[in-house]
Design a protein around this ligand. Structure first.
Ligand code: SAM
Length: 268
């Protein structure tokens, strides 16, 4: 296994997107490009700083509103109950935090987190405007500033794909879960084979044009299309969650695998 890191005495495998082997352990993928790990974090930051203002509109347009259905299904499958503590990792403009806030009620707690201040600001302001303010904390999923065993549920939606060390992020998200708590990963995945030509045409021809028109940034949406193609498929991500120490890991394909929800439980 290449690029493993020592974490709590365990040697963690380092998965490269799409399981292609990067030439050097300190390089990784930014879409189809191979870049240094430091460069990837900076380029991801630029993408989200650039699209933050128009992020929500673009989500609605490019998914024809389907992202709302995927997110609602994820929250339903989370099993979160009134009074629970939920951590929204890479929460961006706060869709998941808002849905979880409705579920946990006044006795519960939801924390909205993201590495990017522009995205977090949009999320925080939206929650305030909706009358459901939640604490907004800027932090890196690979180094979460929370105590062990604090949350009943940790959710990361459309965020893991952008992280440099997905194995570390998964281990961190497991660390902050209570035993019995659930990690949910909602992410673009590998679409069913018959739909692939159509999906590819949409992703590489239409999406960058929409990005240019609506967010003034076609390149960031080209990155989105590429990053989905090099992200681990359903079975690989399931194995990564098992390797991060989660148990009972299952997944649900949505919209023929355009998106998958992975769900794992902290056993000990
Ligand atoms: N979860 C939101 C949603 O579903 O609409 C936002 C998803 S957005 C596509 C991806 C988010 O991941 C961005 O806000 C980005 O800043 C965040 N992100 C990327 N790398 C991160 C990291 N290492 N730690 C925390 N957040 C990260």
């Amino acid at each position: 296994m290449k690029g493993g890191r020592l974490e709590g005495g365990i040697r963690l495998p380092c998965y490269h997107a799409g399981m292609a082997t990067a030439p050097d352990p300190r390089t990784t993928h930014f879409g189809y490009q191979t870049v240094s790990e430091d460069e990837k974090a900076g380029r991801v930051r630029e993408v989200f700083a650039s699209v933050a203002r128009r992020y929500d509109v673009m989500n609605d347009v490019m998914s024809l509103g389907l992202h709302r259905v995927w997110k609602r299904m994820a929250v339903t499958l989370s099993g979160v109950r009134p009074g629970d503590r939920v951590l929204d990792v890479a929460g961006g403009s706060g869709d998941l935090s808002r849905l979880f806030r409705e579920r946990v009620g006044a006795a519960g707690e939801v924390l909205l987190t993201d590495i990017n201040s522009d995205m977090l600001r949009v999320g925080r302001d939206r929650m305030i405007d909706a009358g459901v303010p939640v604490p907004a904390i800027q932090c890196d999923a690979e180094r979460l500033p929370f105590a062990d065993r604090r949350f009943d549920c940790v959710m990361v939606a459309f965020g893991l794909r952008n992280m440099t060390h997905k194995d570390l992020a998964l281990a961190e998200m497991r660390r902050v879960l209570k035993p019995g708590g659930r990690l949910l990963v909602l992410e673009f995945s590998q679409v069913a084979a018959p739909l692939k030509p159509l999906y590819d045409a949409y992703s590489f021809r239409v999406l960058p044009l929409l990005g240019q028109r609506i967010a003034g940034d076609g390149e960031s949406y080209r990155y989105l299309a590429e990053s989905i193609r090099v992200h681990p498929d359903q079975a690989t991500l399931r194995q990564m969650m098992l390797d991060a120490g989660l148990g009972k890991v299952d997944f649900f394909n949505m919209t023929a695998g355009v998106v998958a929800l992975h769900r794992g439980t902290r056993i000990d």
